[in-house]
Design a protein. Structure first.
Length: 257
């Protein structure tokens, strides 16, 4: 996968910031069924991701500039178009019929089908100029950070592209189960896993991810009166097993560009 051809994300990273915990502070184990997402799951999933990202700083940056009519409906439509392609490519997972969802990308299968990309890009053109400018800024910064972190090696890695859980369903281990699904696949294939997130880095650290690059958007935008938003590229090296991974120390390392 060429860095320049990365799918522009519809969302960025995960927002479930707390893993499922027991009283002694250890992650509990419960049966969670991770299944491929179906078309019937999309309406629930679209509402789940809307609620989950409502307070995400990056989405606030975009939403503040989206003054065109029907912003929520447009975002849901863009998400569902994106997911239709990912479902066709067998890289879209869910728990509880859309209450928690993940889009991921194995090597060689990380970008949308051309027809899906065209339709999604067409819908994206309905965004106001300032909103489109902010999405472009984000995409450029994300590509810069990923290139600096991994170079051409990213083509051989797995990517967690979207992860979200309805706030009413958080704390049940749904997001943890989805992450573990990808980590097991990566470990079995000897593939590292990477992702981009804003404020959910603490959640991923529980699984052995470390921050390897960070950068900001919004710091040079005179139309934005909020704080700059930090983007974090996180990485987890392939391991022999999750049991081994859970016993290893997790020491985040950050490099700022």
């Amino acid at each position: 996968m060429e860095i320049s051809n990365m799918d522009p994300p519809t969302r960025a990273g995960a927002v479930e910031t707390t893993p499922l915990l027991e009283g002694d502070g250890k992650r509990s184990v419960q049966a969670v069924d991770v299944v491929p997402m179906k078309f019937r799951d999309m309406p629930v999933a679209a509402e789940s991701i809307r609620k989950a990202f409502e307070d995400d700083p990056l989405m606030e940056y975009f939403d503040a500039a989206d003054t065109a009519p029907f912003p929520v409906s447009r975002r849901k439509l863009i998400d569902m178009v994106d997911w239709m392609g990912a479902m066709h490519q067998e890289r879209m997972l869910t728990v509880e019929g859309g209450m928690s969802l993940m889009k991921y990308g194995p090597p060689g299968n990380q970008t949308n089908l051309p027809s899906v990309a065209f339709l999604r890009d067409s819908l994206g053109r309905l965004r106001p100029e300032e909103c489109a400018k902010r999405w472009k800024e984000f995409g450029a910064k994300a590509r810069e950070l990923v290139s600096a972190a991994f170079g051409e090696k990213v083509a051989d890695m797995m990517e967690i592209q979207v992860l979200a859980t309805d706030p009413d369903a958080q704390g049940r281990g749904y997001a943890s189960a989805l992450v573990k699904y990808v980590l097991r696949q990566g470990d079995a294939d000897g593939r590292d896993v990477w992702l981009l997130t804003t404020s959910a880095y603490g959640f991923y650290e529980h699984f052995g991810f470390v921050t390897v690059r960070s950068g900001k958007v919004g710091e040079d935008n005179p139309a934005w009166d909020g704080e700059p938003i930090t983007l974090r590229i996180m990485h987890r090296t392939a391991r022999a097993s999750l049991a081994q991974a859970s016993s290893e120390p997790k020491s985040p390392v950050m490099y700022t560009v």
